[in-house]
Write a protein that binds this ligand. Structure first.
Ligand code: SF4
Length: 363
């Protein structure tokens, strides 16, 4: 039977305090539970032996600490790990751990599947299965941290988070923001907003809402085309919120940035489709027209897949595209694809189970 118990990993410390007050338990017990769930990253009430046995049993009957099941885990030649998990009602959730020398990044999902139909993305083929709850969002990251560093183990480089897995984060706005708030708590995972980047395909009203948040993560906007006709095809969300509307919202966001802060446009480079010198020139002109100055462009070579009609741009083309942008005063960076061999790279998350890949048993 599917668990419908409240998922306590999605409760803030204040909410746990209220819940415990209702159970006649003092506040410090709620703090202990919060630390157990997030600071010590424990996955069951039984492990929280600082709570009385009676209380643990009572909680066990009325609430859940974990609802996801890890179905498989794949490790790439480059150290990237892809986790395919299932919600209690059987929907896929994918999370990717990307190690680099000085920092580790976890790319997490905000939805199971995705309703947007970006033409170059495998996740789009799943359609939207459902929004993830705040508890499920926090849990997937906790599972990955425990897998990499051991239960409750120190994270040597700190952790960066990117909401770039399955789903459009701004279509699950409230749960996403709640999960990020919980994860930023210093008594828990303590992943502060400055270490988090939320990537949107361009849900304009939510960019405005996001701009008003007091403690807010970094923003990335996936653009991938410099003019409406092409973007309509590549990212159909453009028909709803065309480029000018999107970039006007980006400008509003830009005005809220503090000194030294910047935000990102992502541009997936598709061979022969959006990667010519003219496209780069159009892109630079577009940013100028909207007076966007605090931006950088991340160039993402497309990650090919059998079901997708696109091929990646050649490395020379990618370099040239960057050069053209830079010659026009736009900062551009080439993102190295990670975990392509295990279907963990950008746009490749589609709950793929691949018997030939290295699958680590025991999870
Ligand atoms: S690129 Fe992102 S927003 Fe577009 S379909 Fe894929 S997961 Fe959804």
């Amino acid at each position: 039977m599917v668990s419908i118990l409240p998922h306590l990993r999605g409760f803030s410390r204040a909410e746990l305090t209220d819940l415990f007050a209702g159970l006649g338990e003092p506040r410090f017990r709620a703090d202990q539970l919060f630390r157990g769930l997030h600071g010590r990253r424990l996955m069951s009430f039984e492990e929280m032996t600082d709570l009385s046995k009676v209380l643990r049993e009572r909680l066990n009957e009325t609430a859940a600490t974990a609802t996801l099941r890890v179905e498989s885990k794949y490790i790439s030649e480059d150290g990237t790990r892809r986790f395919l998990m299932r919600t209690a009602d059987g929907n896929p959730v994918e999370t990717v751990f990307i190690p680099t020398e000085n920092r580790d990044t976890i790319c997490f999902s905000s939805q199971s599947g995705c309703p947007l139909k970006c033409d170059f993305c495998l996740t789009a083929k799943l359609g939207l299965l459902r929004n993830l709850t705040a508890g499920e969002i926090v849990e997937q990251i906790t599972i990955v941290l425990n897998d990499v560093y051991g239960v409750g183990g120190e994270t040597p480089h700190g952790t960066n988070l990117v909401a770039m897995g399955e789903g459009e984060p701004f279509l699950n706005f409230d749960n996403l923001i709640k999960a990020l708030e919980i994860m930023s708590d210093e008594h828990g995972l303590h992943i502060v907003p400055g270490r988090v980047t939320v990537s949107t395909a361009g849900v304009v009203p939510k960019i405005h809402e996001f701009a008003k948040l007091e403690r807010r993560p970094n923003l990335a906007i996936s653009l991938s085309a410099p003019e409406d006709r092409l973007r309509d095809k590549l990212m159909p969300i453009n028909k709803r919120w065309p480029i000018d509307e999107l970039l006007s919202a980006a400008k509003v966001f830009e005005r809220t940035l503090k000194r030294g802060e910047r935000f990102t446009f992502e541009y997936v480079l598709l061979g022969g489709v959006n990667d010519t010198d003219e496209h780069a020139e159009q892109l630079a002109a577009l940013l100028r027209r909207h007076d966007l100055r605090k931006v950088k462009i991340n160039l993402i070579p497309h990650n090919p897949a059998e079901q997708l009609d696109y091929r990646p741009s050649t490395p020379e083309r990618v370099r040239r595209f960057k050069q053209v942008l830079e010659s026009l005063g736009v900062d551009a960076y080439i993102r190295t694809p990670r975990g392509r061999d295990i279907f963990a790279a950008c746009g490749q998350l589609a709950a793929k189970q691949e018997p030939n890949l290295v699958q680590i048993a025991g999870l």
